[in-house]
Each structure stands twice: as C-alpha cells, then as structure tokens.
Write a new protein. Structure first.
Length: 316
C-alpha cells in the first residue's frame, strides 16, 4: 500500500474520531475543513491523533510541475496533491516547500499553510475605467478582481493595478501566479484581456505598456496566448497551444528566477519552453495587472481573476 503522507518535521496534532478505517499516513479532511494526516492506523469509531501542521512528503499528480510555494489541493479521488480544486471532495492541502518536477511522484508540503504573496491584488488595487456612456467596472473577486465591460457600443477599458510593487531584482526571486476564469467572452476582433505583471497600466491598449508579461486573451477566441516586453525585447502574443473553457478556472504560473528565460506553466504544464520570454532589461518596479479593453462593439466581456500575485522564493 502506498503511504499518502510521510511526516517530515514540526507537527501539531489534534484528536479525531475516525469515520472509517484508515492507514497511518492517510490524508483526510477534518470537520472544520482543515487537512489532516492520520498518525497511526485506526479503525472506524476510534479516537486517533491527527497532524494538522508540519511538513509532510505526499504523493503528487504525475505530469504536473509544482513550483515552490504553490497552493496545493488534495485530489480526493486520486489521493494525490494537485494544483487545482477539481470539485468532488477535493480540499486545500497546504503550500509546496520545493519545486516538484512533472515526473516526480511526491512533494514536500507545509500542511494547512497558505502561500504568502508579496505583491498581489488582494493587498488592494486601483482601477481607472474608461468609457463614454457605458459602465465598465471592476469588483473584488476572491483575492483578486472581476473585470466587466458592458454592451454599450463604444471603446471601453477596465483594469486592476496592484498598489504594491517589486523591484526587478526582487522579481528575479519570485514566482507569479494567476487563477483565471472566462465568464463571458466578447468579440475577438475588438476585445482584449491582459493578465499578468507590468510597470503600469494604460488608458486604451495593454500592448502599449512598456514593460509587461501577460496572458493575452482575444474575445471569443479560446486560445491562451502569452507575451512579454521588457523595453528591449518584445515577444508578441503567441498561442500556448492550450485553450480555456468558459466557466472553468485555469492556473498560470510564471517562474521569474531567470529573467532572461522566463518559464510559464498552465495547469502545471510547461508551455512554449523554447520561446524566450524576458524581463531582464526592465527598469520596473513591477506590479500585478489585470486589464480588459475593447475598441468598439456592443458585445460585453466578463473575466474573473480570483488570484493574481507574486510570491518570493527566498530572501533578497
């Protein structure tokens, strides 16, 4: 039998009455919602000590890269760590303590610990909507923002630019992360969505921002495109070959630890590894930015970004 979780260090325990038979090391969800690891084999109805904190080496989903500090969930049906909440009885597990390669079978997790972001929309953001007669607007959504353009036939823009920023030197120690949901897409000829990190926002066109790295979505075209510009080298929006599905969250992660060759992951898969996305020539500082614009058309747009931020991987 494969042990789901093996104790590593610093564990706190609570007493729990087992609702079934469990092996030692089984990962469970407690009645209060926290993840737990059963300390010893137990039969249904017996009281047992369950770890609710500490570092544990757990089974992980194969083919999925898990960057250090990732927010991890327990896939209840597969009994493995996963980057996304897949529904059913999945639950939050903790923060990854290391990089986990796609072929790795396990990963070290800090149980029930939420990743901490140094720059994120959750710390507050500013928005400067642009319109004439309509009402484009942004609302808080989870720890991020929801961007909405209305059906008025006119040019509109709405954005969410984080108050906090990080220097380019600091960015080189960061992992960026965005959870994105297309709620209602618009006309792909006139509507653009840009989500990622930049030195500023813009009144009409995200492509005019001088320093940026974005997920780029074109209205009702479901391609997930990627682009970057550091003021010296520009990589135009390139199809990642991954498509999104309306109403289904997808996770984008940027590994900034080499600013001359930034690697990007969608749902844990390294996409466009041979495309050289760069921010090494940027002056910064860099902020989190979600922006949506249209040049005309009565088609509305609605995109949710429940999480967008940067987390440091080490002291700087």
């Amino acid at each position: 039998m494969t042990i789901e979780a093996q104790f590593d260090s610093d564990g706190e325990m609570v007493t729990w009455t087992a609702d079934a038979d469990y092996a030692a090391g089984a990962v469970i969800q407690l009645p209060d919602g926290r993840a737990g690891v059963v300390s010893v084999a137990v039969e249904s109805g017996d009281d047992v000590g369950v770890y609710v904190s500490g570092k544990f080496r757990v089974q992980k989903t194969l083919t999925m890269v898990m960057l250090i500090g990732s927010r991890l969930f327990w896939d209840h049906s597969a009994n493995k760590a996963h980057l996304l909440h897949g529904g059913d009885r999945d639950f939050f597990l903790g923060a990854g303590c290391e990089d986990g390669a796609s072929a790795a079978t396990d990963i070290l997790v800090d149980l029930n610990v939420e990743p901490v972001y140094t720059v994120a929309l959750e710390h507050g953001f500013q928005s400067k909507p642009v319109s004439t007669a309509g009402f484009p607007h942004v609302m808080g959504s989870g720890k991020g923002a929801n961007l909405i353009l209305d059906a008025t036939n006119e040019a509109q823009k709405v954005d969410a630019l984080s108050h906090r920023s990080v220097s380019v030197a600091g960015l080189a120690q960061c992992i960026g992360e965005a959870l994105i949901v297309g709620v209602a897409n618009g006309n792909n000829g006139v509507l653009d969505v840009s989500i990622g990190f930049a030195n500023d926002t813009h009144a009409t066109d995200a492509d005019s921002i001088t320093e940026s790295i974005f997920v780029h979505l074109d209205g009702n075209d479901l391609n997930i495109n990627l682009e970057s510009d550091d003021g010296t080298t520009e990589v135009n929006a390139t199809d990642s070959t991954v498509d999104y599905v309306l109403g289904t969250p997808f996770l984008v992660q940027w590994d900034f630890r080499n600013l001359s060759d930034i690697q990007i992951y969608i749902n844990g898969v390294n996409v466009l590894p041979n495309s050289v996305f760069k921010l090494n020539a940027a002056a910064g500082p860099i902020k989190a930015l979600a922006m949506m614009e249209k040049s005309a058309n009565a088609t509305p747009g609605n995109y949710s970004v429940p999480r967008l931020g940067l987390r440091l991987t080490q002291d700087i």
